[in-house]
Ligand binder design. Structure first.
Ligand code: SAM
Length: 290
């Protein structure tokens, strides 16, 4: 079977099918074996694993996954790639190609059907225009999974792993870290792709926590507080929470809740840890549902 990570092979396949890249689908195909191997190592894809690959493209990474894992489910949106995948992956009987939009699939049900509800691993060179909805969708829908190993924009990887005090710290950092432990696996320059993206990329592995690292009674309230705090990043918590259309606590309640966990009302959201957001959310409970 031809090694598609070899740029000449990729070009031959693209020419054979007269494939035109579609910008709207975030199509940047990997053509670097070393990067693909780093992704395999980070994901620890092994013979017991059922892998969900989002956006297989022409099947470059899918082939490598199929060599290592028990089963690969590859979900691709682009009609034009389906016949190509049927060709490049024909030697593998452990690959299932699903032609669909990943954001429209019921992934919990898919894991039930394809892996008897046991945790899967997600591995992908993601379409960058929908990185956040894909990752948050997997976590929030409580899809049984061990880890998510993905190529994302470098800037997004930095946001996922940042903590308080960093300019990159924000709602995405807190959401990702509530559900998982992020680990940077590689930085990847634009010349590893065809066509070249105009941003740097990185591979990040999100190891799903068995239990969230903080005890929060109302997750939805905590995430509303987080969103409100970073929507107006330069404002104090008192003002951000008071101005948020998603919350209806008054200034006295906000001050009291902050003080009850030892914080001043002029503190900014970017200074709070995940533990503090959880404690704050629990402190607001005494004012009733919001
Ligand atoms: N995995 C291939 C590789 O590494 O060479 C291709 C990666 S490319 C960055 C992203 C892939 O995701 C493309 O094949 C694109 O068509 C597909 N894609 C884009 N939006 C999608 C969606 N909503 N659902 C499923 N696949 C999608």
């Amino acid at each position: 079977m031809a090694n598609l990570a070899n740029p000449q092979e990729t070009i031959a396949v693209l020419q054979k099918y007269q494939f035109n890249f579609q910008k709207k689908f975030g199509q940047n195909f990997l053509i670097d074996t070393r990067v693909l191997e780093k992704i395999m190592d980070a994901a620890e894809a092994g013979p017991e694993d059922c892998i969900l690959e989002i956006g297989p493209g022409i099947g470059t990474m899918t082939q490598m996954l199929a060599e290592r894992a028990r089963k690969v489910i590859a979900v691709e949106i682009d009609n034009n790639l389906i016949p190509i995948l049927q060709d490049t992956l024909q030697a593998y009987d452990n690959v299932k190609i699903i032609h669909n939009d990943i954001l429209k699939l019921d992934l919990k049900q898919l894991v039930q059907e394809e892996n008897d509800g046991r945790p899967i691993k997600v591995v992908a060179n993601l379409p960058y225009y929908i990185t956040t909805p894909i990752i948050m969708g997997l976590f929030e829908a409580d899809v049984p999974l061990e880890s998510i190993t993905v190529m994302v924009q470098k800037e997004v990887a930095d946001r996922m792993k940042s903590g308080p005090g960093s300019k990159d710290y924000g709602a995405l950092s807190l959401a990702v870290q509530y559900y998982s432990r992020p680990e940077l696996a590689a930085n990847v320059p634009p010349n590893c792709f065809i066509p070249r993206p105009n941003v740097g990329s990185a591979v990040i592995c999100l190891h799903r926590h068995a239990e969230p690292p903080v005890k929060v009674h109302d997750e939805k309230l905590m995430f509303r507080l987080i969103r409100a705090s970073f929507n107006q990043r330069r404002k104090t918590m008192l003002n951000s929470l008071n101005n948020s259309p998603e919350l209806s606590f008054n200034k006295e309640q906000i001050t009291a809740a902050l003080e009850s966990i030892g914080l001043q009302s002029n503190i900014r959201g970017e200074a709070l840890t995940l533990e503090q957001f959880a404690a704050l959310s629990n402190a607001f409970e005494r004012f009733g549902t919001n």
